[in-house]
Design a protein around this ligand. Structure first.
Ligand SMILES: Nc1ncnc2c1ncn2[C@@H]1O[C@H](COP(=O)(O)OP(=O)(O)OP(=O)(O)O)[C@@H](O)[C@H]1O
Ligand SMILES: [Mg+2]
Length: 282
């Protein structure tokens, strides 16, 4: 684990933080996601998340940090009702997650754009069709037959253009590079018109340059569209560079949280242990 913190007061690139009047995200905007005293206990009795409290407001990027097994993916699952959870409050866009079933659960999941480490595209389908499947939450009967109205196709093409892949629309997903596949996955998430994006280690399979470009894209989406992003990351440098805030988990509990500017090397050692320093030498 490496950490090259920028000098105090330094803002990386066009990083402006969610509190600026950049359109997206002000500290007055109501949170899109609220988790209060969230607890997840799996059926085998293991408690993977405890006393977890966090809110996420429009326009911001929150990095989830923590060792393997600390509960990052568990949080992502709990947020969409995919893990056995209790909480004082767990809402997305004002809708209760806990207890949601059937139609409510589908509505809830349609509000969340998921981005995964391994992209999860349908390999034999084109980039465009993969993006179109993101709109299936709002599907009409023709969609189920693979027939998409022109309006949806135009929107999908616009999104591919936005992620820099307009020229790859017809190309099979499995012939795209990893970075390109992750961009298609982001376009697919946007097709869904989500209220929030949850990205579980979206750059863990990418080389550092591509990781930066994918996170820059996510930051742009957060800023320009006001869609907040919760992203789990294993590399602290990336959190410092691209996120606004961080939440560091240890054994299912929040160990440190704050703005990324406040993240100190001591905290990083505390979160990841001494090996974070050893790694720098190898
Ligand atoms: N379905 C399950 N049943 C029992 N325990 C589980 C289940 N899913 C996860 N766990 C446990 O919960 C803990 C948290 O797992 P989780 O996948 O949330 O960690 P993580 O922070 O995402 O780790 P990584 O960085 O490796 O992805 C781990 O100890 C894991 O073994
Ligand atoms: Mg995980």
């Amino acid at each position: 684990m490496t950490l090259n913190l920028p000098p105090a007061g330094h803002q990386t690139g066009s990083h402006t933080g969610p509190r600026t009047a950049s359109g997206a995200g002000t500290h007055l905007a109501p949170p899109i996601l609220v988790a209060k005293d969230l607890r997840v206990t799996y059926p085998n009795g293991y408690t993977a998340l405890e006393s977890f409290t966090m809110d996420v407001r429009p326009g911001e990027i929150v990095a989830l940090l923590g060792h393997s097994g600390s509960g990052k993916s568990t949080f992502m699952k709990a947020a969409t009702g995919m893990a056995p959870s209790t909480a004082t409050q767990l809402t997305i866009d004002g809708q209760d997650v806990i207890g949601a079933t059937g139609v409510e659960l589908r509505r809830l999941r349609s509000k969340v754009g998921y981005v995964f480490q391994h992209f999860n595209l349908v390999p034999q389908l084109s980039a465009l069709t993969n993006v179109l499947t993101g709109g299936l939450h709002h599907a009409g009967p023709a969609n189920a037959l693979g027939i998409f109205p022109r309006r949806q196709r135009e929107r999908a093409l616009e999104l591919l253009d936005r992620v820099g892949l307009a020229d790859k629309a017809r190309q099979r997903a499995d012939s795209l590079s990893g970075g390109q596949q992750q961009r298609v996955a982001i376009a697919r998430a946007l097709m869904q018109e989500p209220r929030i994006i949850l990205a579980d280690e979206p750059v863990a399979s990418l080389d550092p340059r591509l990781a930066g470009s994918v996170l820059r894209l996510m930051r742009r989406i957060a800023r320009e569209d006001g869609i907040p992003v919760v992203v789990s990351l294993h590399i602290v440098d990336l959190a410092v560079r691209y996120a606004d805030r961080f939440v560091a988990l240890e054994a299912g509990q929040v160990r440190h949280t704050g703005s990324v500017e406040a993240l100190t090397p001591d905290m990083v050692t505390d979160i990841y242990g001494q090996e974070s320093e050893d790694d720098e030498e190898h």
